[in-house]
Design a protein. Sequence first.
Length: 140
Amino acid sequence: MKRGACAALTLCLLLLTGCGARRQGLPSDPVIFTRGEFYTEGLDSPYTTVEHGGKVFLPYGSIRPKGPFRDLGYAFGDCLGYVEGDENDRIFALKGSSTEEWLVAFYENGEMEQPLVYRELGVLRAETPDCVESLGWEWE
């Protein structure tokens, strides 16, 4: 294989694995989450929330890439369910963390979507897992 073709193939692999959350089917009895909005003083637009069972989760950060191929899938736990109205809008556990405090949202559409880590609103006891990189949003 020529050097240019090899470099292009390597780049494609990096892009695919870097954005790749592992695809996983829905559980047989999926949890159906809802989307909501959280307003905070001083912001013109609200944060989008993920809600279920009286708990509100706000966007917190991204998954820190791991390894030479910038893998993101290592941080995904089991698929818990989806957001009401769209079975491709999946909610996962954050591997090694409590689903009472942390969730991962990932849109399964075949594009280069990035997962978003959510943290329960008002949970002060939660330490940030090593696999999560805070986005530094104001609600924190």
